[in-house]
Design a protein around this ligand. Structure first.
Ligand code: NAD
Length: 499
């Protein structure tokens, strides 16, 4: 990285990361390593160890000890908040380094990585406040002889499994809330994007987090991830990833009935009514499918447009999609970077080929962008899509938008809800009554009106239906990692049962 100028260069050799245990780095040693190549440039950028079962056991033991001896869980909210605030400051100090590795491993534009790192710092600041305001309840209405307390206690050791699409930001939507609650963590990042989770471990130690409160094991999902979710000394697993893997978690968690938080996939509707500001809506819809190359759980990939304006809206989209700047993510002007993994590129290409075969009409895009290195796909719009097509029902996780049309509010709602998912939805209209009526009927954990993919840590996130269980961020995001205890305190003289 050439930090003297604004132009970022590729590393001359990959950076070796160990993994993070009990407050310090453990070198790869004789463990196997993954060498991660930049999906945009093809050059190796990081080397990450494949942790063993013994490494995982050591990490869980470390988190367990840090929880049981109360070196973290026994601190006051104010003391925990101080650590989280220092962590936020250190994230800002090291923001260029974090953004650089985020872009190199993930392929997302550097401007976006910088935005996400800044956003993450601000989430740590919010969660510091949540650590101080977390509280239970009292019942002073049980009569003079009884006082009832409802206390919230941290649930214990949390296994945290994260995906590759927002490695640092998704981590920030969970870690400071889990720590704010008093729990300790064993994190398992995606094998292709582990670097910034490891950097965060070092930052938390530097911020004063006690050893063992945040450990990171690296390796594949099927081995180390699976072992983490099956581990009987882990009290809860927070998983963010595909619905398919989420389903496996349900089975794996039965050993000790661990609690599960699941943030899964989505096929999110963008509902555009004829009375919307169509220029604004088109801009939002293009952003909603191109942001992070469409590799967002909340990408607005299912466009539903009121029939009377469908042709006009399609023309607007085609114009805007062709203006999106796709290319080298290290260029600060780039808006859409590389597809993160070859497997993901293959899935997207399958849909690009399958769309016309199913009868959809390719309105624009639809091709791989030819470059010397890396995997880039044109922002794509398919029209004349019908509900039974894969384009309308499967989460493509790429810059591929499918367009259908509707004739009434009722039909729009029916189409929006015609999916196994329920993660997010956007509604575009100038009519507030229509927006609220639609919002009330749409089955989704997050609804945006006249905007999309925005928000802050104040509001909870999570899914309806097969998009998940539980909520992250906001006050809900700390409570999620607590369990509730009811305490009855009898006062005064006891009336004896045995007289
Ligand atoms: P994925 O499910 O393949 O992997 C997610 C994580 O789970 C990775 O760390 C992976 O190593 C691990 N994993 C894989 N198999 C495992 C197993 N058997 N046991 C335990 N862990 C295992 O998902 P991905 O491809 O990394 O990410 C894309 C998916 O994530 C999409 O479906 C997307 O919608 C979803 N996602 C959801 C949200 C949300 O907040 N709802 C956010 C981001 C991504």
């Amino acid at each position: 990285m050439n930090q003297a100028s604004n132009i970022l260069t590729l590393p001359t050799e990959p950076r070796d990361f160990g993994f993070y245990l009990d407050g310090g780095w453990i070198a790869s040693g004789d463990r196997e390593v993954f060498e991660r190549a930049s999906p945009a440039h093809g050059v190796p950028v990081t080397r990450i160890p494949k942790c063993t079962g013994d490494d995982l056991n050591a990490a869980v033991s470390s988190a367990r000890a840090a929880f049981e001896d109360r070196r973290w869980s026994g601190l006051s909210g104010a003391e925990r908040a101080a650590v989280l605030l220092r962590a936020a400051a250190l994230i800002r100090e090291r923001s260029e380094e974090i953004a650089y590795y985020e872009t190199l491993e993930n392929g997302k534009p550097i401007s976006q990585s910088r935005g996400e790192v800044e956003g993450a710092a601000s989430i740590y600041e919010y969660a510091a406040g949540a650590a101080r305001s977390l509280h239970g309840d009292t019942f002073n209405n049980l009569g003079d002889k009884m006082l009832g307390l409802v206390t919230r206690e941290p649930i214990g050791v949390v296994g945290l499994i994260t995906p590759w699409n927002f490695p640092f930001f998704i981590l920030a939507e969970r870690v400071p809330f889990i720590l704010a609650s008093g729990c300790t963590i064993v994190a398992k990042p995606s094998e292709v994007t582990s670097a910034t989770t490891l950097l965060m471990a070092e930052i938390l130690t530097d911020a004063g987090l006690p050893a063992g409160a945040f450990n990171v094991v690296t390796g594949s999902g099927s081995e180390i991830g699976q072992a983490l979710i099956e581990h009987n000394d882990v009290d809860m697993v927070s998983f963010t990833g595909s619905t398919a893997v989420g389903r496996r978690l349900l089975q794996a968690a039965t050993g000790n009935f661990k609690r599960l938080g699941l943030e899964l996939g989505g096929k999110n509707p963008q509902i555009v009514f004829a009375d919307a500001n169509l220029e604004d809506a088109a801009d939002g819809v293009v952003f909603g499918i191109c942001f992070n190359a469409g590799q967002c759980c909340v990408s607005g990939s299912r466009l539903l447009v009121e029939r009377s304006v469908a042709a006009e809206f399609e023309a607007l989209l085609v114009k805007k999609l062709s203006q999106v700047r796709t290319g080298d993510p290290l260029d600060p002007q780039t808006q859409v970077g590389a597809i993160t993994t070859p497997a993901q590129a293959k899935t997207i290409l399958r849909h690009l080929r399958g769309g016309p075969e199913e009868g959809a009409r390719l309105a624009c895009g639809g091709s791989v962008i030819e470059t010397d290195a890396g995997q880039f796909i044109e922002p794509t719009l398919f029209s004349d899509v019908t509900p039974e097509m894969a384009l309308a029902s499967e989460e493509i996780f790429g810059p591929v938008l499918s367009m259908q049309s509707f004739g009434s509010v009722g039909e729009a709602v029916e189409m929006a809800n015609d999916t196994e998912y329920g993660l997010a939805a956007s509604i575009w209209t100038k009519d507030l009554d229509k927006a609220v009526a639609t919002m009330r009927q749409v089955q989704a954990g997050r609804v945006w009106v006249n905007t999309t993919i925005t928000g802050g840590p104040e509001m909870p996130i999570g899914g309806f239906k097969q998009s998940g269980w539980g909520r992250e961020t906001g006050a809900y995001g700390v409570e999620e990692y607590t369990q509730v205890k009811s305490v009855h305190i009898e006062l005064g003289e006891r009336v004896h049962w045995v007289s």
